[in-house]
Design a protein around this ligand. Structure first.
Ligand code: ADP
Ligand code: MG
Length: 477
C-alpha cells in the first residue's frame, strides 16, 4: 500500500463541487477503503464498504451513498467510526462521514461472485456474516503524523530512533525482537507507526501488522469465544512484521501471555520481525512469565530516556514551524524549561497557547502563556523532593535534619516536622504512605493527622499561616 501523502487540504475543499467528487477525493477514498479494510477486515469491507458510493463533500462532511436503509443503518452502527478515523488521517479537513440513501442503478448481475451487493443481502447472508465476524484479525490504523520525518531526534531517543530506522529499512531482521521502552508520552507509539509507514514505503510486499497489546488480547479472547483459534493463529503467524504496542498491558493476563509467547516464537523462528514496546525494560515487567521476559530481551532493547531541555526545545521549534506559526523565543524556552513531564503534554501546552491566541486574537507572549497554562504549570512544578522540603523546613526552624525522621516529641521539633509533612503533601504528588516512609517510616495516619493539624493551626493563627506560606513559596521557586 502506498503511503498516504498529506495533501493540500485547503484546495480540496475549495475545488470540490458540492456532491461531485474530484479525482483527488476519489484517490483519497481508495486509500480510506484500504485503511478501513485493515481495520475491520477484508471480508467485511467487501460486503459493506465497497458498495458505498462516494458522492462528494458537503461542507466538511464527506457524503457517501448507500443503496438501501438496511445497509445504511448497518454501516452507521458498525463502521462509521473506523471510516471517520481513516478519513481524518488521510484528509484532516474532513470532520465526519454522512451516509445517505442513494438510488444507484441496482446491479444484481454479480450475485454469484463473492461480493454480494448489500442491496440483495438477505437475512441468511446476514447471519453467515455474523458468524464470520470471528474470522478476521487485524491491526490498528496508523497515524500519518507519526513518521520518521516528523520525529525530532535528541540524546534521549537517538538509540531508539536509529534502531527503529534500521529495522524499517532492512529486509531481514537485524535484531529480533526490537524492544522499545520508555515512560508515557515519550514517542514509542510514534516510532512504531513510523516503522510501519517506512516498511510500506520500502518493502510494500511485506505484511505488517501493528496493534496494541490490548487489541491483541481482545482479538484472542474473541477467537477463543468463537472457537476460532486456528484462524487466529494462522493470521498472526502469517505476517512478516508484527508490532505490539504497550505489551505491559498483558501482564498478569496469563493465557494471553501464553498465546503471545507462542506467536512470538513462531515468528522469530521463521526469521520474521517482531517489534514490541512497553513502559519498562523486559526484566522490569511485572507479572510476566520469566520465559517471556527473557525472550523479549534477546534482540535489541532500546530505551527512550526522559526528555532533555534541548530535545524539548527542538520539538517545540519543529512543531511550531510545521504549523507555520512564529512563537517568541522566550515562550519556547519557557515551555521547554517548565513542561518537563513528557512530549504529549508539551504538544498539548503548545496547542492550548495557539488555540487561545487565535480565539482571543491576541499575540503570544510570555504573560499570556503563563496565564493560559497556569493549572498545567502548577502540576509540573514537581521537581521538588521530600528531602528538600525537610532540609528547608529544618533550616528555617533551626532544627537538625535528623529530627525530621527521629521520634523526638518536643513541640519545637514535632511541629516543624508536621509542617514539613504538610508541605510534602501540598507540593509533591507523593501519597501519604510514601511521605510516611520518608519521615522515618511513619504510618500514613500520622501524616494525615499532621496535615489536618497544620490546616487547623493555619486557620486559627495568622502568624503561623504566614510562616508556612513563606516556606511553601520559597520551595516553589
Ligand atoms: P508513547 O507511545 O511513548 O506514550 P507517543 O508516541 O504517543 O508516546 O508520543 C506522544 C506525542 O508526542 C505524540 O504526539 C508524538 O508525535 C509526540 N512525540 C514524541 N516524541 C517525539 C519526537 N521525538 N519528535 C516529535 N514528536 C514526538
Ligand atoms: Mg503509546
Amino acid at each position: 500500500m502506498a503511503q498516504p501523502q498529506l495533501v493540500d487540504q485547503g484546495a480540496v475543499v475549495a475545488s470540490v463541487d458540492r456532491l461531485s467528487p474530484t479525482a483527488m477525493l476519489k484517490d483519497q477514498w481508495n486509500m480510506v477503503k484500504e485503511l478501513v479494510a485493515t481495520d475491520i477486515g477484508v471480508s467485511h469491507s467487501k460486503s459493506w464498504i465497497e458498495p458505498l458510493e462516494l458522492l462528494g463533500l458537503d461542507g466538511m462532511m464527506l457524503v457517501l451513498g448507500s443503496p438501501n436503509s438496511f445497509a445504511k443503518d448497518w454501516v452507521e452502527n458498525h463502521y462509521l467510526e473506523s471510516m471517520e478515523k481513516s478519513w481524518k488521517q488521510i484528509n484532516m479537513v474532513i470532520q465526519g462521514v454522512k451516509i445517505i440513501i442513494h438510488e444507484a442503478p441496482v446491479t444484481i448481475a454479480n450475485t454469484n461472485s463473492s461480493t454480494i451487493p448489500a442491496q440483495v443481502r438477505t437475512q441468511e447472508s446476514f447471519d453467515s456474516f455474523e458468524k464470520e465476524e470471528a474470522g478476521t484479525y487485524t491491526g490498528a490504523p496508523l497515524d500519518n503524523r507519526f513518521t520518521f520525518e516528523n520525529f525530532v531526534v535528541g540524546k534521549p531517543n537517538e538509540l531508539a530512533y536509529a534502531a527503529a530506522l534500521r529495522v524499517a529499512e532492512s529486509s531481514t531482521p537485524q535484531f529480533n525482537p526490537l524492544f522499545l521502552y520508555g515512560g508515557v508520552g515519550l514517542g514509542k507509539t510514534h516510532l512504531m507507526h513510523a516503522i510501519a509507514w517506512k516498511i510500506r514505503q520500502c518493502h510494500p510486499a511485506r505484511k505488517v501488522i501493528y496493534l496494541s497489546a490490548e487489541k491483541f488480547m481482545y482479538q484472542f479472547v474473541r477467537a477463543l469465544r468463537y472457537k476460532d483459534m486456528v484462524s487466529f493463529k494462522d493470521q498472526f503467524r502469517a505476517v512478516d512484521v508484527l508490532m505490539i504496542d504497550d505489551v505491559q498491558f498483558i501482564s498478569g493476563k496469563d493465557t494471553t501471555q501464553e498465546e503471545f509467547f507462542h506467536t512470538f516464537n513462531a515468528l522469530v523462528d521463521k526469521n520474521h520481525q517482531v517489534i514490541v514496546s512497553a513502559d519498562k525494560s523486559p526484566s522490569d515487567l511485572e507479572n510476566m512469565e520469566e520465559r517471556l521476559k527473557s525472550r523479549l530481551g534477546w534482540g535489541l532493547v532500546a530505551d527512550i530516556h526522559p526528555t532533555t531541555y534541548e530535545l524539548r526545545l527542538g520539538i517545540l521549534q519543529a512543531k511550531s514551524a510545521a504549523l507555520g506559526v512564529k512563537m517568541p523565543k522566550e515562550v519556547l524556552e519557557f515551555l521547554a524549561f517548565k513542561i518537563t513531564s513528557n512530549i504529549r503534554e508539551l504538544e498539548g501546552a503548545l496547542n492550548r497557547i495557539l488555540a487561545h491566541a487565535s480565539l482571543v486574537g491576541r499575540s503570544i507572549s510570555l504573560d499570556t502563556t503563563q496565564e493560559v497554562l497556569r493549572d498545567l504549570l502548577r502540576s509540573n512544578d514537581q521537581r521538588l523532593t521530600v528531602e528538600e522540603i525537610q532540609r528547608k523546613v529544618a533550616e528555617y526552624f533551626n532544627i537538625k535534619m535528623s529530627d525530621m525522621v527521629s521520634n523526638r516529641r518536643m513541640q519545637n521539633i514535632a511541629r516543624p516536622r508536621q509542617i514539613a509533612m504538610y508541605i510534602a503533601k501540598q507540593l509533591t504528588s507523593k501519597s501519604l504512605p510514601e511521605i510516611g516512609r520518608k519521615f522515618g517510616g511513619r504510618d500514613h495516619t500520622t501524616i494525615l493527622h499532621a496535615v489536618r493539624k497544620i490546616q487547623e493551626l493555619c486557620a486559627d493563627d495568622f502568624d503561623f499561616a504566614n510562616d508556612v506560606e513563606i516556606l511553601k513559596r520559597s520551595l516553589q521557586t
